[in-house]
Design a protein around this ligand. Structure first.
Ligand SMILES: N[C@@H](CCC(=O)N[C@@H](CS)C(=O)NCC(=O)O)C(=O)O
Length: 367
């Protein structure tokens, strides 16, 4: 198989994690071609190179294949250090990873809920059109039903069961207002300069919540300044924002968002860590499955089961590493921020053994 001369991004406009990588590539100013992941691309590029069906996938002119939005961004940052995506202060570097974790792993719940419970017909058609652009609309619809079925099921597995719908919507709509207030004062998540926090949140907030028609109407009605941020990223207007504007401030308007993350996501991650550690003890040397059964999570006082996903611990580990290296005044500021946002569980997190990513799951880093 030959590799094209330019960087190729195999993905889709409807895909959460493709949006994260595309937003990054545009900001970085790296020339790339985006190739829609139709059935042929899965068959001829993704499956042979990655071994399982997933997007986004990036190929480099030297033939390397990159998979996983976080690893793609890390690898491209090492190959192309300038302009650096890394925020100027260690405190902001930690917060960028916190918010990336929130965007990647927790906003999946509202993003999947709204897509499959409020935009289903539109999404089915879009899945069919992506897979077989050459087919007529009715045939795309039938194909879309088949292609979309596992994703629609995933919405429930991730926790968007009927008993949670109202709580998920209340929390998400409150988040929209919080983000709208933030973007009244600041152009980007960490203030004056885009960071991986912006790209992490752009995944759900563009690919699902802005583009899917019913969700887009909600965002436009509740959060016009968030819409303006989405459109700046979509149009590549983040590029050029990388010089001379950085400072070390942490916008106060992020506090409500961090509070929401600490309240909703952190207890679920701590329970994931405990279950994962128990699983490892019971299954020494075995490959870690993508999910480890079900556990309860809570949003706005409403509790239901969702799948336990070890992968999220790898994203969390990255945020913990960025926190644990803070010292002196930076650590004091981080701890004051954790106190102000109900973040004790993050500060005292029950870390599992060090992990590496393994496909869509993890493995002990020493294994
Ligand atoms: N952690 C991965 C997640 C990638 C992912 O979930 N991609 C979705 C589309 S946005 C997909 O292809 N999912 C297939 C699956 O979940 O089996 C990343 O950051 O790239």
């Amino acid at each position: 198989m030959t590799t094209p001369e330019r960087l190729q991004l195999y993905g889709a406009e409807i895909s959460y994690f493709t949006a994260k990588v595309r937003g990054y590539l545009q900001w970085k100013g790296l020339p790339f071609d985006e190739v829609p992941a139709d059935a042929r691309v899965y068959r001829e590029v993704i499956l042979p190179r990655v071994g399982f069906p997933v997007i986004p996938v990036v190929t480099l002119p030297d033939g390397q294949t990159l998979q996983d939005s976080t690893d793609i961004i890390d690898a491209l940052e090492s190959l192309h250090p300038e302009p650096s995506l890394s925020p100027p202060s260690p405190l902001q570097r930690w917060l960028a990873r916190m918010l990336e974790l929130y965007g990647d792993e927790w906003l999946l719940i509202p993003a999947m809920h709204y897509r499959w419970h409020h935009n289903r017909d539109w999404a089915v058609q879009a899945f069919g059109a992506l897979s077989a652009p050459e087919l007529p609309p009715q045939a795309q619809r039938e194909l879309g039903e088949r292609k979309a079925a596992p994703f629609a099921r995933a919405a429930e597995l991730l926790g968007a069961v009927p008993a949670m719908h109202a709580a998920i919507e209340a929390s998400y709509e409150a988040l929209l207002l919080e983000l709208d207030a933030h973007f009244t004062s600041w152009p980007w998540m960490l203030g004056k300069r885009p960071s991986v926090a912006d790209f992490g949140l752009f995944g759900p907030l563009y690919a699902h919540q802005y583009r899917d028609p019913t969700s887009g109407a909600i965002m436009r009605a509740l959060a016009p300044r968030l819409v303006a941020w989405v459109e700046r990223l979509r149009d590549g207007r983040a590029s050029g924002q990388d010089e001379g504007t950085a400072d070390e401030q942490v916008p106060d308007t992020l506090l409500p968002v961090l509070r929401r993350q600490m309240r909703e996501q952190m207890p679920e991650l701590a329970d994931t860590a405990e279950r994962f550690t128990a699983w490892l003890q019971a299954h020494p040397g075995e490959p870690v499955p993508r999910t480890l059964g079900l556990h309860d999570f809570t949003i706005d006082g409403c509790t239901a089961p969702r799948i336990v996903r070890p992968y999220a611990l790898w994203m969390l580990q990255r945020a913990r590493e960025a926190y644990l290296i803070l010292d002196g005044n930076d650590r004091l500021r981080a701890d004051a921020l954790l106190d102000a946002t109900g973040g004790a569980l993050f500060r005292d997190f029950p870390d599992p053994v060090p992990l590496r990513r393994d496909g869509m799951s993890v493995a002990p880093a020493s294994g």
